[in-house]
Ligand binder design. Structure first.
Ligand code: ATP
Ligand code: MG
Length: 238
């Protein structure tokens, strides 16, 4: 992919793992159990994208699509202050959209093209990508329709990422695999559609106290190495 740009996560080890940060023209999926730091990383990247290039950003704005009502302006302001940005300005540079259901979520992304053409957007966040789809299309009988819609949504995101040279970061939940007796009993939700649609998949899990562990999975280009980081008052840090 030509002309790709990178956004630093603000965490050295995580940037190294990702080959320099989150890429534009790609979808990066953050997957992990509750409290693993997905939303915290989404907040942090919405701040980091605003930094100048020499500080790891794109000097651009973020579009934040929130499906679970977990966006916290105060948290953005804390992180912005620590990164040397004006907290109020940083908050203004995050265009916030609350998605109330899966159709609304897809419509927001469809409409986002107009915003990206007008504003200098470097990052699109969807936290969470799959939650509405999972609750609205439960069970095997709705699986085909759900996966078809998700597939359309992800293809749309990838197209936008590519055309406008923006980074897309989505979060995903983990689900139990009751038939697995050895190895990891958890797997990402969304099945093959997300597995094939996401360019990079980052698995997050909790360590002791504020420590979190990240690894890239499903990638032929990345080593299955684990790195650790912490979540503190300052945000997501080494
Ligand atoms: P879910 O699946 O429930 O959405 P998640 O992966 O999005 O979970 P986050 O909300 O990113 O999880 O992480 C929450 C955790 O981040 C908290 O449990 C806490 O440990 C940490 N955290 C959040 N805010 C702060 C803060 N101001 N100071 C220190 N740690 C914090
Ligand atoms: Mg969350």
């Amino acid at each position: 992919r030509r002309g790709i740009r990178r956004i630093s996560t603000g965490v050295k080890s995580l940037d190294e793992l990702l080959g320099g940060g989150i890429e534009t023209k790609a979808i990066t999926e953050l997957v992990g159990e509750f409290g693993s730091g997905k939303t915290q990383l989404c907040h942090q990247l919405s701040v980091m994208v605003q930094l100048p290039e020499d500080k790891g950003g794109l000097k651009a704005k973020a579009l934040y699509v929130d499906t679970e009502n977990t966006f916290r302006p105060e948290r953005i302001m804390q992180m912005a202050k620590y990164r040397g940005l004006d907290p109020q300005e940083a908050l203004k540079n995050i265009l916030y959209a609350r998605a109330y259901n899966s159709d609304h979520q897809m419509m927001i992304i469809e409409e986002s093209k107009k915003i990206i053409e007008k504003e200098n957007i470097g990052l699109i966040v969807i936290d969470s990508l799959v939650a509405h789809f999972r609750s609205e299309y439960p069970g095997r009988e709705n699986l085909a329709e759900r996966q078809q819609k998700l597939n359309h949504h992800i293809a749309q995101l990838l197209r936008i990422a590519d055309i406008y040279n923006v980074a897309v970061v989505v979060t995903n939940q983990v689900v139990a695999q009751p038939d697995v007796f050895f190895g990891n009993p958890l797997k990402p939700a969304g099945g093959n559609v997300i597995a094939h649609g996401a360019t990079y998949r980052v698995w997050l899990r909790k360590g002791k106290e504020n420590v979190r562990i990240a690894k890239i999975f499903d990638s032929p280009y990345h080593p299955e190495r684990e790195v650790t980081f912490r979540i503190t008052e300052e945000g997501v840090v080494d």
